[in-house]
Structure formats: C-alpha cells, structure tokens
Design a protein around this ligand. Structure first.
Ligand code: NCD
Length: 324
C-alpha cells in the first residue's frame, strides 16, 4: 500500500482515534501502536529515508497560541515528510485580536480545506473544545498544564530505545510538576507501560495528591537519585506561576539541578532526558546536558518520528469516521 515505506504495514484496525487530545484516554494497545509506528519512522530516518508520499493531499494547519521551537517545527516537517502540506497560523496577527472566537477561527480555517489542526494553547481543554466543533483531526500540542501527548510519546520512545521494556523501571520526573503538561503526559503513558514514576521537586511545586495518579512523590532529588533508571528534567514554567515558588533560582538548582556530582552518585547507566528548552545551569549543567548519558537531541529526532506517526494514524481514523 505504501510503496515507499512498506515497513509501516497495513493501517492498524485497533486504531480508531481521529484526534489525539492526551495520553490519559489511550489504552495500552493504542499507546503501543503509536510507539511502534513512530519507531518505523525513526528507523527510516536513521537510514536516510526522510521523504514519503503517505499523505498526499493532506493539509495540516498549526495553530500555536504559545511559543514553540521544537514542537511546531517538527509537526510541520513531519507533515512535509509525509507528502502533506503544512500552513502555520499566526495567532498574534490574526482576527482573534478583533474579537473572533477560537471556535469560529478554527471553523473558518477548516472551510478552506484542512485535514488536521495542531493546537497549542495556554488554556487546558481548548483542543477538546475544537475537536467537538470541527470535522478535521485535532492534535493537542500542549494545553496549559494539562497534557502534551506527543512530548510524552517522544520521551517514552526515547526511554524504550535505550532501556528496552519499561515494565518495572523507575522514572523520576523532576522540577515544576505543578505547572507541567509534560509531567502529566509522562505519568499517564508510563503507568500504562508498567513503569514506576516518582515526581520530584520543591514542596510548593509537588503536591502529595499526585499519589492519586498512582505515582510516588518526593521533595529530595538526592534521596531518589540511586533508585531511578531515567530522570526527566523539567523546566520551571515561570509563565504559568503567579507567585514565586522558591527563594531563588540558585537555591533551586542546588537542590534540584542535575550536575556531574549527582550523576556520579546515580546508577551508572542513568538516562537523562529533558523536553527542552533547557536552561543551562538551572535544571542541568552543560556537563550533564552534553554528556554521554543525555538523550536530549535524540529526543528531538524521535519527536519528528512520533509526529509523523500521529499524523498518519489520526488521518486514517478520520477517513474512516468521516467516510471520506
Ligand atoms: C514543553 C512545553 O512546551 O510544554 N516544551 C516542548 O514542547 N518541547 C516544556 C517546556 O516548555 O518547558
């Protein structure tokens, strides 16, 4: 069917979602389909096979109401590499500033003909709202502190490539847990794959209520250091904070930053990842970020593969659901 990427196989019958709004709702089977198909794209990428004609005629629009480097670029590259076209909607110069609602904006964009919209917004639930009002596929590229499913997927894909099965492995997610959509998507995905998760950060940013999601919590990086197989080092989300959650950045990085000393006290094969953007000297020192145990740039390559898989799968389900 797909002559230029036969490894992709037939469209998986178990995949029926035309939207990707989060990892919370996915079954373990759906999560594995996404990861396995993303791996096919990653393997092709590593072999230098980067352009396919899998989604000809598909138009994807990126609607980003928050800044982005990796996510927006990789979604638009992913669309292009599948043979689709991609248009970037510029929120700051649009008619939203003239009072048009986001739902009307999305309906107007859809009226021009598009098969998918990739949405990032500071308000949780906006992708879901749009999914209830348009016919095209809606892909959540981050909604407030709620979810960032493709980031969760690329983090998990990177862990799986390095560690094999994640069953019984322990992943520490460190930093501004309270304001992080990456933390939530990591937790939902990792729990489905049988990993243990410890969320770790200052008491102002890590609530004991995380136990209700089936994870452990800790306020000491030093205490969890020898137990974890992976550390996911999150950025402090100043843009979502209204009060200062700790006395100074210097104190934060002394207690929760990953440096060479902590690396030497951790398990010898500890894997360090970070969603980016990284603030060198805050969450990670350059020694850690650029060292052999860091997979930060590899995550970015996996991000492209994940987004290709997401566009392909949601497109297939949309055609079936909409009888196209
Ligand atoms: C994350 C995001 O935007 O939620 N970044 C990303 O998508 N690569 C995390 C962050 O901004 O710190």
């Amino acid at each position: 069917m797909f002559n230029d990427l036969p490894e992709l196989g037939e469209f998986p019958a178990a995949w029926k979602r035309k939207h990707l709004l989060g990892l919370e709702d996915l079954t373990r089977e759906e999560l594995l389909i996404l990861l396995d198909k993303a791996q096919v794209f990653r393997d092709a990428f590593d072999q230098g096979r980067r352009k396919f004609s899998i989604l000809p005629g598909h138009t994807s629009v990126t609607l980003f109401f928050e800044n982005s480097t990796r996510t927006r670029t990789s979604f638009s590259l992913a669309a292009q590499r599948l043979g689709a076209s991609c248009v970037a909607f510029a929120a700051s110069t649009s008619s939203l500033s003239k009072g048009e609602s986001i739902v009307d904006t999305a309906k107007n964009l859809e009226a021009m003909g598009c098969e998918s919209m990739v949405v990032r917004h500071s308000t949780p639930g906006i992708p879901k709202l749009l999914s209830e009002n348009v016919h095209c596929s809606i892909i959540n590229a981050g909604d407030g502190a709620h979810e960032h499913p493709t980031q969760g997927l690329l983090d998990i894909l990177t862990m799986r490539q390095r560690l094999g099965s994640l069953e019984g492995k322990t992943v520490g997610v460190v930093g501004d847990i309270a304001h992080s959509r990456v933390a939530r998507s990591n937790v939902w995905g990792l729990k489905k794959l049988g990993a243990n998760v410890i969320v770790c950060g200052p008491s102002t940013l890590v609530s004991p209520r995380w136990e209700e999601m089936g994870v452990e919590y800790s306020h000491s990086l030093d205490k969890i250091l020898t137990r974890v197989d992976v550390l996911n080092m999150l950025r402090i989300q100043f843009e979502r904070q209204y009060t200062s959650p700790f006395p100074s950045i210097r104190e934060y990085s002394l207690l929760f930053g990953m440096d060479g000393d902590r690396l030497r006290r951790a398990k010898p094969d500890l894997l360090v990842i970070a969603p980016g953007p990284i603030n060198r000297g805050v969450e990670l020192t350059p020694e850690v970020a650029d060292g052999p145990q860091s997979a930060i740039l590899d995550q970015v390559s996996n991000g492209l593969a994940v987004r290709m898989a997401v566009l392909w799968l949601t497109d297939g389900a949309r055609k079936l659901t909409n009888n196209e």
